[in-house]
Design a protein around this ligand. Structure first.
Ligand code: DGY
Length: 427
């Protein structure tokens, strides 16, 4: 156990650039939004001050409208495509122009709970709460134009689950005409069989070019995008972050923010119900362009156990997880479906951050055994296959990039859980 802890810490430290962490060298040489926040949870195990800095650095690059970009290009590096010149967002420190799953509030709460000298961090906490709250408000202003209580993503990269089968139909509508020629770099760092296809990449880049010609004006991007999808997992992460920011705000007496969070949360949880699919026993995505549910069983519809969905929904998802789960945890796509691909990024592989968020949500008194099972499966995976980006759910083969920061961070959390007494109260 001591050895794994040391390896996990060394992995994070090797990716540490001082005030931010790269997900891994080579494949992802900048700061990524949700990678950073989840990595901060890992830092909090051995250097809590550094955990705060990780989140603070990200929020230094928040846009004036509240949006927090998915990549911050802190330094020049030609090893990644699409770089700052393609995004052309005109920021003082270049950033991408889209966002990523909003887990900052969720992670900040965990970092704060691990902070021993909390009173010394109250002002920094207050400042981050305001910034994260502004980001959450931005989502409902710019990605929920009809005030339905659910936010849409306008690019598959925003979901963090880039090539999920959830996007297949909506992405097929994205044209590729007029696309400027481009050279992918990801396939030079990782096995192309583990990465999205060239056809998908063309559409990813077409969308970037489309938004660039709209000058990254978030007031119009949602309606101008041919890709508008409501992802239950994304919305659940947002809702849990809202709930966590609300509870932190209440703790420090910021009642206005706390009450605003409560109202946002209640509306969001109620709206999430419209994404339930009884046949699949899980939530599903909704295509805002066709106004149809997307009939696909992916991890996106199981992630909502992370937040306070109704008890009977949690129970139903726990049962569905029985169908999904392999001895290495939870595949990103239903293994019984025709779209399942065991090595290809978000079309099948197990991701430790997903195992973690689901296991965390199942620590509710009713499903603690399942939660512990996922925790154990995750640790077994690390012992056999190291700190990879993701894993083949059938044999546990390491896939994508290696020496991954957020994988290491999750290992530190899982090891903590594994050492808890079996009858521990839910957190
Ligand atoms: C990539 O480049 O693969 C990322 O997922 C986009 O953020």
């Amino acid at each position: 156990m001591k050895e794994i802890i040391e390896q996990a810490i060394a992995t994070i430290q090797a990716n540490d650039q001082g005030s931010y962490t790269v997900p891994t060298h080579g494949l992802y040489p900048f700061q990524w939004n949700w990678d950073s926040c989840l990595t901060a949870i890992g830092f909090a195990h051995f250097d809590v001050e550094r955990a705060w800095i990780e989140i603070e650095t990200l929020f230094k690059h928040q846009w004036e409208d509240g949006m927090v970009p998915h990549i911050i290009f802190h330094q020049q590096n030609d090893g990644y495509f699409p770089g700052p010149d393609v995004w052309n967002t005109g920021r003082p420190v270049p950033t991408s122009g889209i966002t990523q799953p909003p887990v900052a509030g969720y992670c900040l709460k965990k970092v704060f709970e691990r902070t021993d000298n909390q009173s010394e961090y109250v002002e920094r906490l207050r400042s981050l709460i305001r910034k994260i709250h502004a980001w959450h408000q931005w989502f409902y202003q710019c990605r929920d134009p009809k005030s339905e209580g659910l936010v849409a993503i306008i690019h598959p990269w925003e979901s963090g689950r880039d090539n999920s089968a959830d996007w297949d139909e909506a992405l097929a509508r994205v044209p590729t005409d007029g696309l400027k020629p481009f050279l992918r770099r990801d396939t030079m760092h990782a096995n192309p069989e583990h990465r999205p296809t060239q056809e998908q990449y063309k559409r990813y880049i077409w969308l970037v070019q489309r938004f660039e010609t709209s000058h990254w004006n978030n007031a119009i991007l949602h309606d101008r995008s041919p890709f508008q999808v409501v992802d239950p997992g994304f919305n659940a992460m947002l809702l849990q972050s809202i709930s966590d920011v609300g509870s932190l705000a209440r703790d420090i007496g910021d009642i206005e923010i706390a009450n605003a969070c409560e109202a946002m949360f209640n509306k969001g949880i109620e709206s999430l119900e419209t994404l339930w699919n009884e046949k699949l026993g899980q939530y599903v995505c909704f295509d805002r362009v066709t106004q149809m549910q997307i009939n696909n069983a992916s991890i996106g519809g199981l992630i909502p156990v992370l937040t306070q969905i109704p008890r009977h929904r949690k129970q139903a998802i726990a049962e569905t997880l029985g169908r999904f789960t392999t001895r290495f945890g939870i595949p990103s796509q239903d293994p019984a479906s025709t779209q399942f691909e065991r090595y290809r990024y978000w079309r099948g592989p197990v991701w430790l951050i997903i195992n973690y968020m689901i296991a965390d949500g199942l620590r509710d008194g009713d499903h603690d055994d399942l939660s512990q099972l996922i925790c154990k499966a995750s640790l077994d995976l690390i012992k056999t296959s190291g700190f990879a980006e993701y894993y083949d759910p059938v044999e546990g083969v390491a896939c994508g990039g290696q020496s991954f920061s957020w994988t290491a961070a999750m290992v530190l959390e899982f090891l903590d859980r594994a050492s808890e007494p079996a009858s521990a109260e839910p957190a």
